[in-house]
Design a protein. Structure first.
Lengths: 325, 256, 261
């Protein structure tokens, strides 16, 4: 039995616009997601913005009721036994909101320690430990409004761990952090897994999922389009080679020509400052470099390289695949 | 026991937070003073000594209601904007236990206004108060604050779906001042207004405070005030359950 | 002609843009219900103290409430620009400044007149106050002039608001000062000397006095002096606000302080 089990989770949002003539809109954010996370696993939900990651996580942490399907955390149903679930999970989201700015870090932590029924005798020790863990020792008596983004984010982590939950949900925890801050945070997350906690992490950074997670589910348009260990996912494209071409000012017509080349699986364009980096995946063994360059005969071409596929290529292949069918 | 501890802790923390806001602090004290000053001028030229004393006691409670009506009606919206609403709902405790101390903290901030108004009356208008039952007064004031905070709690969960609840909170500031007899004896109001006044805790709170200061059955009125307040809280608890369930269904807890 | 267009169209557009939150859900409680209860509150205090007639309070408070939309909205029409970070964009245009800012004032005045007209009408009906029909045109003029004067003050507040952070607090305090000083509920003669002297320099003081005389049956001619006084006060604040804005615009180009993110 998994620590987290989701079975055919679905969630539809109803919104209405206009005051007099109300138009109803239905948006299917999550369209039937099934997965499980085992004890001690660091599981990643990876997907582009709007794929349904946050909606999924919010159903699991009892803040949203699924439209259909069911989910259990440590055997407790997230709708019926919401309170039992809440006692056993920690929840941290990225960004600067969710803190009382006019209070000190210490007061924020004390308040949530009370809300999570941390016994008064343990509170002091626990808070001191966590402040140390997230590197805020010495600053905990300052008001949060003066904190940097990274400090606020680390305070969030400490808040999520106050009641020493066995299961932790992290929703894009490194969003908006500078590279150093993000790296420190990833180290903290890795140490949580080492302590035996079960962690579910959502992110849209590939390398983050690659370095941290034991298993990953790639989610796109409300569905899981691929699942497995990072190397499983890479093997999805292992039989492929990637040709990277740096071009200047290529138009849609050139790209379309590349896509039509026989043997080409996916074409991904990364817009750089003045150039575009075009990554073309194709079956291994096909020597396509010359054909690809021929397609770009009318534009200036920079560096050309051939490389092994990465998790990012697997991700692009999965997400851009026809996931509606 | 734990619940009690949580209520007390949440209250203390939110009082601390509200005291640090210039908007709640300075304006919360100054705003009721404009109305109190006007009323003092009016009662000084008409009425007489007794009505002036009567008015000053009522006026001192005006700020408690002002602090509560506006802030409580938008309390949940504010938590939502701060991004803390989801975190509060996601804790294992009953949401009412989280929200109730927040609205009571709002009414507690009105104490600054109460003190300021009494001092203002004392030093600028020469209104001297002799407290007949100082101990009852010391009991009646916190009871009124508690009950008004509980009314704020009921208000905050009632108007949660109203996006511009702060405007509603503003609009009910004067009516309660008028109907609950803050400045004008209830006997002067049309008779159909009186039943409305009776079910409003501030009516009894002010009566208790006045009688404690001037003599009368302060204890009975204070008890009624508390009883009605507890009733509001109970109604609020029931309503909060329903509202939270619907918020989880409608996805209205967060901004994103 | 171009200035005229900027005055009307530009003003109305910016008003709607900044006040798209001015929905019925805000308008009704803030601008219709609240003034009515302010009238009732003070009329009953007046009865309890055995003072003036109900009419005194209906007119005083009804007119005083013109200051809420005018001071707040005009202040907002200026500082709101800063919030949305459009002020810099607007100041960068070659549009002439005077019609630009005055155009902003017109819908504000209209709103204020509407609010006060409703408060006076509804307050009179509720309290059974009789105002002769013949007085209504003159009363309407008094309301317009008073709204204009308050908007002048609002322009000045808006200019101050570009530098002060808590504009909402400031606007509330202005509202309170007008309530106490301008003879709204306490006749100027009952106020201490320094207060009634201060009142002469505030909008509404002359307007409220004129409105009371008109409602008592006085003709326009006999209140012409008061009306002129009200208008002069409004113009003085408006001009001061305008120059303050121009000064701040100049300062901001020198010191880069206006477009604060």
């Amino acid at each position: 039995m998994g620590v987290i089990e989701a079975v055919d989770l679905r969630r539809t949002y109803r919104t209405s616009t206009g005051i007099l003539r109300r138009r109803r809109l239905e948006v299917e954010a999550v369209r039937g997601i099934t997965f499980h996370v085992d004890e001690g696993e660091l599981f990643g939900l990876l997907g582009p913005n709007g794929a349904g990651k946050t909606t999924t996580i919010k159903m699991l942490i009892t803040l949203l009721i699924p439209t259909s399907g069911s989910a259990r955390v440590l055997g407790h149903d997230v709708v019926k036994d919401a309170r039992e679930v809440r006692k056993r999970i920690g929840y941290v989201f990225g960004g600067e909101r969710g803190l009382y700015e006019r209070l000190s870090a210490l007061d924020n932590l004390r308040y949530f320690a009370e809300l999570y029924s941390v016994p008064p005798r343990e509170q002091k020790r626990r808070i001191a430990e966590l402040v140390e863990l997230v590197g805020l020792a010495g600053r905990e008596k300052e008001r949060v409004e003066g904190f940097s983004r990274g400090m606020k984010q680390r305070l969030h982590i400490a808040r999520g761990l106050l009641h020493d939950p066995p299961v932790i949900f992290l929703d894009e925890p490194t969003i908006g952090l500078d590279p150093v801050g993000a790296r420190e945070l990833r180290a903290t997350i890795a140490s949580l897994a080492e302590q035996g906690k079960t962690v579910l992490l959502t992110t849209h950074y590939m390398f983050e999922a690659d370095t941290l997670c034991n298993r990953i589910a790639v989610i796109a348009k409300g569905r899981i389009v691929g699942e497995g260990t990072p190397s499983d996912l890479k093997s999805f494209v292992a039989e492929q080679t990637v040709v990277e071409v740096e071009v200047f000012g290529a138009g849609e017509s050139e790209l379309e020509r590349v896509r039509r080349l026989p043997g080409v699986a996916t074409v991904n364009v990364d817009e750089r400052e003045s150039a575009q980096l075009v990554s073309v995946s194709s079956r291994a063994g096909l020597e396509l470099t010359r054909d690809i360059l021929a397609c770009f005969a009318e534009v200036r071409v920079g560096k050309v390289a051939t490389r092994e596929p990465t998790l990012e290529d697997a991700y692009v292949a999965l997400v851009s695949g026809d996931s509606d069918t | 026991m734990r619940t009690l501890r949580l209520l007390a802790f949440g209250w203390a923390l939110h009082v601390k937070m509200l005291s640090r806001s210039a908007f709640n602090g300075a304006l919360g004290v100054i705003w009721p003073l404009f109305f109190a000053t006007t009323a003092f001028f009016m009662f000084r030229s008409g009425g007489g000594r007794d009505t002036l004393v009567y008015a000053s006691l009522g006026a001192s409670v005006m700020g408690i209601w002002s602090a509560t009506s506006v802030a409580a009606s938008s309390a949940l919206q504010r938590e939502r904007w701060q991004g803390t609403l989801e975190l509060l709902v996601g804790t294992p405790v009953h949401f009412a236990v989280v929200l109730l101390p927040i609205t009571i903290a709002m009414s507690t901030i009105g104490v600054y206004s109460l003190a300021a108004t009494l001092l203002w009356g004392r030093y600028l208008f020469g209104i001297h108060l002799h407290f007949v039952h100082p101990w009852l007064f010391a009991l009646a004031v916190p009871t009124a604050i508690l009950s008004i905070g509980m009314l704020g709690f009921l208000l905050s969960v009632t108007v949660v779906r109203y996006r511009t609840a702060w405007a509603l909170g503003n609009a009910i500031e004067y009516p309660v001042w008028l109907v609950c007899g803050f400045l004008v004896p209830l006997a002067l109001l049309p008779s159909w207004v009186r039943p409305i006044a009776w079910i409003l805790a501030p009516t009894w709170g002010i009566r208790g405070i006045r009688e404690a200061a001037l003599g009368g059955h302060a204890l009975a009125d204070t008890a009624i005030c508390l009883g009605i307040g507890v009733g509001y809280a109970a109604a609020g608890v029931l309503l909060a359950e329903t509202i939270l369930r619907s918020a989880r269904e409608r996805a209205s807890l967060s901004l994103t | 002609m171009k200035s005229l267009r900027l005055f009307f169209v530009g003003g109305l557009m910016s008003y709607r843009a900044l006040f798209n939150w001015l929905s019925p859900w805000i308008f009704v409680p803030t601008f219709l219900v609240a003034p009515l209860f302010q009238i009732l509150l003070f009329a009953y205090i007046g009865r309890a103290a055995g003072l003036e007639s109900d009419r005194f309070y209906v007119i005083g408070n009804g007119l005083q409430y013109v200051s809420l939309p005018c001071v707040f909205a005009m202040g907002n029409a200026i500082t709101g620009e800063r919030w949305q970070q459009t002020l810099g964009a607007i100041l960068a245009t070659p549009a002439r400044r005077l019609p630009l800012f005055l155009g902003r004032a017109l819908p504000v005045i209209g709103n204020g007149v509407l609010v006060t007209a409703f408060a006076l009408a509804a307050g009179s009906v509720l309290l059974g106050v009789h105002v002769p029909a013949s007085a209504i045109p003159a009363l309407a003029l008094v309301i317009v002039v008073s709204a204009f004067a308050c908007t002048g003050l609002g322009l000045a507040m808006g200019a101050v608001g570009l530098r002060v952070r808590e504009v909402a607090v400031l606007s509330n305090i202005v509202f309170g000062v007008l309530l106490v000083f301008c003879g709204v509920n306490v006749p100027l003669s009952s106020l201490p000397g320094w207060m009634s002297t201060t009142a002469e320099g505030l909008p509404l003081t002359h307007g409220i006095a004129a409105a009371r005389q008109v409602a008592d049956g006085a003709g326009l001619r006999s209140v012409a002096g008061l009306l002129a006084g009200e208008a002069v006060v409004g113009i003085a604040y408006g001009v001061a606000g305008y120059w303050l804005l121009r000064y701040m615009e100049w300062q901001s180009r020198r010191l880069a302080t206006l477009q604060t993110a």
